[in-house]
Design a protein around this ligand. Sequence first.
Ligand code: COA
Length: 346
Amino acid sequence: MNRPLEGAGGGPPASVIAGIGAYVPPNPVTNHDLSLRLDTSDEWIRSRTGISSRHMVLPGQATSDLAVEAGRRALESAGPEHAEGVDAVVLATTTPDRACPATAPEVAWRLGLGTVAAFDVSAVCSGFLYGLATATGLITAGTADRVLLIAADAFTTLVDPRDRSTAVIFADGAGAVVLRAGRPDEPGAVGPVVLGSDGSLAGLLEVPGGGSRQRASGEPARPGDEFLRMAGRDTYRHAVERMADASRRAVKAAGCGLADIDRLAAHQANARILTTVAEHLGIPEDRRLSNIDRNGNTVAASIPLLLADSATDGSLTAGHRVLLTAFGAGLAWGAATVQWPDVKPG
Ligand code: COA
């Protein structure tokens, strides 16, 4: 490890975004495609969720396959100067390839990163923000100089294809950033990350089977328990409250105000949720980033996919102060700000 920088006043360094990449499986699945096998319609899905199409893993494609592709693109984006110094891989996912071990070591190995530290972080739709806090902690503590943070989920593998209330929402994908040690005042520096959870509401979004609770019962999983169950209306309400509150706290912790926010990059859960959160925060429409229409809810991957897509299409440019916020199962939520750096998605 080579530690070239200190933060302001000789304090710990900040973590700074040095590269970004994203990947979704090929062949979009349209609302019409879903309506051929489910009692739903393009009109219902669009009006309730804002989604037109999404990507789903191909037969045999697992989370690590998505993660490796997004990670490779982020390393390319960062360039050899930073890519060659990556000394840790953090993978945010709720759909590891296997129950044991973590998927990150295999991803690091397949990316040619040798024997670097590698582990998974499990925070469902808030995975990228929990991963960002974790990766930043590795950098500020001096454990790593450059971290490859990947957020990847093959979440459709947890969704009952016959359940129209979840099958139309969730999708698969991966996004990644390279973080390096730098100064808190330079573009790309990650502001304080605000996190929270409420385990009393774990039952609002859960996969009851397959974990130690079911295995220790000595009983086989009941049919259907291997799939996600979601209380849609309650989830909606908590998502709005938690993302709006976390956003306010993250902006305050960063020492700025909501009027200073140039772009809102909220977890792409549902277009109506995004609109309501932005209205609560007073962020006008032209400052809201969104790609939910073509990607659906890609769980942990949602925010880095959105950032990469937006940087590619020009809706997010260097110098923009971006507010990131996420909410999901756990319940778990988070928010942070970052002044967008001059990086070209890989
Ligand atoms: N197509 C057609 N009808 C559907 C449907 C679909 N894909 N999914 C549900 N419905 C039906 C329901 O069965 C129900 O029918 P009923 O009145 O005959 O019982 C009706 O639509 C209304 O269901 P309801 O759940 O009350 O609808 P809603 O307006 O709350 O919208 C969600 C449902 C899921 C779109 C909405 O609750 C939501 O977006 N919740 C948040 C989900 C989310 O973002 N989760 C991820 C968080 S990270």
